[in-house]
Design a protein around this ligand. Structure first.
Ligand code: COA
Length: 315
């Protein structure tokens, strides 16, 4: 399996740290030094599905194929306006595809989980072209009065088209259930039989626990991914790490003893856009001409669950 095209789309509204400090007890200095985020794109009057469709069409164009060529669509998403139907079906119709599709919810690690699923389809000989779309609006999950969470996130969509090939060298996924560290409850409709107390709770996060998990999981996933194919960290040209916090990225970089220039970042302008973060970064690096043919790239992501994963692929 090879990545043969990428695309991304962002909401038009840009919210700076200064704009947040107008209604929150926070500052540009605190947010920048603790997280690396300076501004983020935030959904306003757009629909997430439109961003997803735009990112998908850009990826198809980049791959020089049409939607009719697709054999499968996988969409990674945590929340959107619809409970049902699934976002992948809305994207399928929006781009004019006719293939089957499915959604997954693996939080910020969704792109790597989708790659693992697609890889098994390729190994089974069932597909020729697959589209992965990650579309996320975490800014609709947070309480905008909670300075410890709402400053971290941004929205957007990232997509990749896959074709046959041998460029995916290794993928490792992990899960360790810790549902009290990063979670949100949504209120479902009552029934005559519900007696337990239920409530609508926005995103809750134990920041330091998540931070420690992220560094440990990513370091372990990357090490296992490289070890499986006997690749040394020094041989990797680029590390695309989930854009959650520059301090997390620095800790992973230090663990691997790798130079700063191997770790592209876009968190400064995007914040954490959940599973969209990795494919948006991939698309931006690709369009900026940062990759050369044959480069070895590691991608690593982690998120609520906890779940995480890493992949090594050749460009
Ligand atoms: N502005 C100003 N102060 C803030 C603030 C903000 N936006 N958010 C929190 N603070 C305050 C806290 O209230 C606390 O104040 P106190 O000492 O008076 O109690 C102080 O800053 C330190 O809070 P703490 O939570 O210890 O900070 P931290 O250094 O751990 O940074 C995070 C907080 C959230 C940035 C950090 O823990 C983190 O990035 N965790 C991982 C989050 C993540 O990646 N989540 C998504 C995973 S996919």
């Amino acid at each position: 399996m090879n990545i043969i095209g990428t695309g991304s789309a962002l909401p038009k509204k840009i919210v700076t740290n200064g704009m947040l400090s107008e209604f929150l007890d926070t500052s540009d200095e605190w947010i920048t030094t603790r997280t690396g985020v300076k501004s983020r794109h935030v959904i306003s009057d757009e629909k997430l599905e439109d961003l997803a469709i735009k990112a998908a069409l850009k990826a198809l164009d980049d791959a020089s194929i049409s939607a009719a060529d697709l054999d499968f669509i996988i969409c990674s998403n945590v929340v959107n306006e619809y409970v049902t139907p699934q976002l992948s079906c809305i994207i399928q119709g929006g781009i004019g595809a006719a293939c089957p599709c499915m959604d997954i919810n693996c939080a910020c690690a969704g792109f790597i989980h989708a790659l693992e699923i697609a890889e098994s389809f390729y190994k089974a000989g069932r597909v020729n072209k697959v589209l992965i779309v990650c579309a996320e609006e975490p800014t609709r999950m947070t309480d905008w009065n909670d300075r410890s969470t709402c400053v971290l996130f941004g929205d957007g969509a990232g997509a990749a088209v896959l074709g046959p090939g041998e460029n995916i060298r290794s993928i490792k996924l992990s899960a360790s259930s810790a549902t009290d560290k990063l979670w949100q409850y949504r209120l479902l409709h009552p029934t005559p039989y519900i007696t337990k107390e239920e409530c609508d709770v926005p995103l809750q996060m134990k920041g330091q626990d998540v931070f420690k998990f992220a560094v440990k999981a990513a370091s372990g996933d990357i090490s296992r991914t490289l070890a499986e194919v006997s690749v040394d960290p020094d041989q990797v040209d680029h590390y695309l790490v989930h854009q959650a916090n520059t301090r997390i990225i620095t800790a992973i970089r230090n663990y691997l003893h790798q130079p700063d220039e191997k770790f592209p970042v876009n968190i400064t302008d995007h914040g954490n856009s959940s599973s969209s973060s990795c494919p948006i970064l991939l698309d931006e690096c690709s369009r900026a001409g940062r990759f050369n043919e044959g480069d070895l790239i590691v991608m690593s992501a982690f998120g609520a669950g906890f779940v995480s994963g890493a992949v090594l692929f050749k460009w």
